[in-house]
Design a protein around this ligand. Structure first.
Ligand code: IPM
Ligand code: MG
Length: 368
């Protein structure tokens, strides 16, 4: 039997340094659990542009289509701000999502007990928080046509189009209901059906999928703006939130911040099953490339390490090993290890990216 394969795309900014710690965790599983992965590495984002003149080389795209899972660090940086739109680092990521057809983006917002005081909200509002945002990732206003900047009379007009087909809504709704069954069994769907026809259709299709196949799951609908407000007011009312590409982008950043640090949160982007039964999949931290601290060893590798935990769970059917890794992270936080993004407690000195990675390996060793 061949080993499962992983393509690592560290990308830009802090991507390479956090990915280095993930590599150590991947190797740990090979050495200690016998879970050996075939790991290859390639370029995406600004660094791919510097090397190949494109944020994602065709050969890299091809590789991403072949492997069992892609692990991505982060893309972007100020050096690329003035590039043509189609050459920007972000286009590399968007191309991966689109061509792999990764329609279901899972963004958990989970509050680690040791970090509850880092939230901008009161501790009782966030402690124990565990919600999952399912963001549609391959359609909507991010990709809808027509788009562009056109001349109209004597001025320019910027155009983007929100567009959803029934089947696009149907499949992401199913992902959300399936997930909910394995969690708190509740889905809240968010759109703006009060002002957008695409929102009217969204609500209708989600309700239909529910009534036909998921009546056992509790379903509610909320306008996305009210949803944003409720997320800040009492986030624990939610279990799974399903929403479109743009609302999901905004709501997931807000939800992430409830937990105290963007440096903690992983994500999975899943598509249809491949021939071997595994879903097409890309895993990445929710945080960006943080160019201001890149190369300084200050970055928090936990979001990227937890993204690998999601890969263990959703691509490799190793839920127990994912639990083991998440527990290791939980325990180093409980022991007081803090990277610079998690400071605030008195008398705590920050650990480096590498020290945090090593502490997690030590915690993994302690589980053997
Ligand atoms: C995200 C990011 C991306 C997005 C950018 C980098 C293209 O904000 O993954 O949430 O807008 O989807
Ligand atoms: Mg975003």
């Amino acid at each position: 039997m061949t080993n499962p394969s992983i393509l690592i795309l560290p990308g830009d900014g802090i991507g390479p340094e956090v990915m280095k710690e993930v590599r150590k965790v991947i190797d740990w599983y090979g050495q200690n659990i016998g879970l050996v992965f075939d790991v290859s590495e390639d370029l995406v984002g600004g660094i791919a542009y510097d090397t190949h003149g494109t944020p994602l080389h065709d050969a890299t795209m091809e590789k991403a289509q072949q492997v069992d899972a892609v692990l991505l660090g982060a893309v972007g940086g100020p050096a690329y701000d003035n590039l043509d739109f189609g050459l920007k680092p972000e286009r590399g990521l968007l191309r991966l999502r689109k061509e792999m057809d990764l329609f279901a983006n899972l963004r958990p917002a989970q509050c680690f007990n040791a970090l509850a005081e880092f939230s901008s909200l009161k501790k009782e509002v966030v402690s124990g928080l565990d919600i999952m945002i399912v963001r549609e990732l391959t359609s909507g206003i991010y990709f809808g046509e027509p788009r562009g900047i056109i001349e109209e009379g004597n001025e320019r007009v910027g155009i983007n189009t929100q567009r959803y087909t029934e089947s696009e809504i149907d499949r992401v709704a199913r992902s959300a209901f399936e997930l909910a069954r394995r969690r708190g069994n509740k889905v809240c769907s968010m759109e703006k059906a009060n002002v957008m026809e695409s929102g009217v259709l969204w609500r209708e299709v989600v309700q239909k999928v529910h009534d036909e196949d998921y009546q056992d799951v509790e379903l509610s609908h909320m306008y996305a703006d009210a949803g944003a407000m409720q997320l800040c007011r009492w986030p624990k009312q939610f279990d799974v939130i399903v929403t479109d590409n743009l609302f999901g982008d905004l709501l997931s950043d807000a939800a992430a911040m409830l937990t105290g640090s963007l440096g903690m949160l992983p994500s999975a982007s899943l598509g249809a099953p491949m021939a071997n039964g595994r879903p097409k999949a890309l895993y990445e931290p929710v945080h960006g490339s943080a160019p201001d601290i890149a190369g300084e060893g200050k970055a928090n590798p936990i979001a990227c390490i937890l993204s690998f935990a999601m890969a263990l769970r959703y691509s490799f059917d190793e839920g127990k090993e994912a639990d083991r890794l998440e527990a290791a992270v939980e325990s180093v936080l409980a022991e007081g290890y803090r990277t610079a993004d998690l400071l605030g407690e008195e008398g705590v000195d920050p650990v480096s990216t590498q020290q945090m990675g090593d502490a997690i390996l030590a915690a993994l060793n302690a589980t053997l």
